[in-house]
Design a protein around this ligand. Structure first.
Ligand code: G3P
Length: 217
């Protein structure tokens, strides 16, 4: 399973990247706003830092303008994945750019049918939003499972990028289902290491170690 970090905060990406936990990065207009940075500058910095795909999202709503924005974003670095919303204009942009050899991430996916369209349009990644489905009392994880089954039924090669991940359980469940990638905020990825029994066990080991009076170094 690949880990993408869902942020445009350079320091947070660098910290996890140094630990080998970053297979890619996803951004969106809200995350760019949160970073307070210029999209072209910050995206270039992220691409320089990370070897894997870095999603940068178009903001036009008509296909012609989306394609132009996508081509401009693609010029930032070879590891850009142009992110487009799951609209007909976004799908047209996906088809055009993917035929040019460009990685494309189709985002804001909330149904299996949308995921089928993205795969047929040549998407490199489909981003179903788990948390936002949970927010309206639907089960985001059911969507990940459904897309996995349908993609496997037909051999679609589009990678399932489980997005809008809010908890460590979303990560574990995505892995069980077989999502190809998860993208999560840095705080969620850091929490994956936490377990109360790890803390308790370590405390006991250190307490006993102190009683030995020994030192390793
Ligand atoms: O990857 C998409 C993500 O940024 C959306 O997350 O928490 O705003 O639904 P959220």
């Amino acid at each position: 399973m690949k880990f993408f970090v869902d942020t445009a905060e350079i320091d947070a990406i660098a910290e996890l990247n140094d630990l080998g936990m970053v297979d890619g990065v996803t951004t969106n207009p809200s995350l760019i706003l949160k970073s307070g940075r210029d999209i072209l500058e910050v995206t270039k910095e992220i691409c320089d830092l990370v070897d894997g795909p870095v999603s940068a999202e178009v903001v036009a709503t008509e296909a012609e303008d989306m394609i132009a924005e996508g081509r401009k974003l693609a010029q930032i670095a070879p590891n850009i994945a142009v992110k487009v919303p799951l609209t007909w204009a976004g799908l047209k942009t996906c088809k055009t750019l993917s035929e040019e050899g460009q990685m494309v991430n189709v985002t804001l996916c909330f149904s299996v049918n949308q995921a089928i369209l993205a795969a047929k349009a040549g998407a490199t990644f489909i981003s179903p939003f788990i948390g936002r489905l949970d927010d309206i009392n639907l089960d985001g994880m059911d969507l990940i499972a459904d897309i996995r089954q349908v993609y496997d039924n037909y051999g679609f090669e589009t990678e399932i990028l489980a997005a809008s991940i809010r908890s460590v359980n979303h990560v574990a469940d995505s892995a069980r289902i077989g999502a190809d990638v998860i993208t999560a905020p840095p705080a969620v990825i850091k929490k994956l290491a936490d377990h109360p029994l790890t803390d308790k066990g370590l405390e006991a080991f250190l307490s006993d170690w102190a009683k030995t009076g020994q030192k390793i170094l």
